[in-house]
Every structure is written in structure tokens, then in C-alpha cells.
Design a protein around this ligand. Structure first.
Ligand SMILES: [Zn+2]
Length: 111
């Protein structure tokens, strides 16, 4: 694992409804961060995750892409070796939430 600073580079997020955000490509590596909808899973089949506390189905809340990936159309790209937000090999973090017992849950997948 490469050395990372204790505090990562800071970004701000502008949340835009998907029908408006379609003006911007969101299918390329590093550019797939989103809230809601269905998770864009890299490896597993789509599956409902069960809450580890109350065993009810959890809701998919967000996915966080490796948004510093050095892709040509990625405005947040960083040179190879200087990325901080690189989760494995251009992986993704998936965040789910149980609205019944207020339990968060995160998983990750990569190529
Ligand atoms: Zn729960």
C-alpha cells in the first residue's frame, strides 16, 4: 500500500437530479459516483443486502467511484501514483442504509 496523508484531499459535492445530470457522462471509470438508483456492481450480481442488525433489506444509498482515476475525460484525474481516491484497481465503495434501525453498511468491489 502506498503512503497516504492522514487527511485526504478535500472535494465538495454538488448533488443534481439524474435527469439533469445526464448532460455529463457518468458511465466512465472514475465518473460513476452517484446517490440512489441501482448500484453499478463490478463483480457481483445485483443482490439485496440484509441489515446485519435487524435483518430487513437495506436500501442502496450511494456509490463512490475511484474519482481520481486518470481517465482522459475525468476532470478530477490525478497522475498515476498521485491518486488518493483510488479504491483498489479503480474500485467502488457502495453505501447502504437500514431505515428501520438506522444502521449504515459499506462494501467495496474492484476490477
Ligand atoms: Zn436494520
Amino acid at each position: 500500500m502506498k503512503d497516504l496523508p492522514d487527511i485526504l484531499r478535500e472535494y465538495r459535492v454538488k448533488i443534481v437530479p439524474a435527469d439533469v445530470a445526464d448532460l455529463v457522462s457518468s458511465s466512465e471509470l472514475g465518473m460513476r459516483t452517484k446517490f440512489g438508483g441501482a448500484p453499478d456492481l463490478i463483480q457481483r450480481e445485483d443482490e439485496r443486502v440484509t441489515c446485519p442488525r435487524c435483518f430487513r433489506p437495506m436500501h442502496f444509498v450511494a456509490q463512490i467511484d475511484s474519482f481520481e482515476f486518470n481517465g482522459k475525460d475525468n476532470s478530477n484525474r490525478q497522475p498515476y501514483g498521485e491518486e488518493q481516491f483510488m479504491f483498489g484497481d479503480v474500485g467502488m465503495i457502495y453505501v447502504r442504509f437500514c431505515f428501520n434501525c438506522l444502521t449504515p453498511h459499506a462494501t467495496t468491489e474492484c476490477y
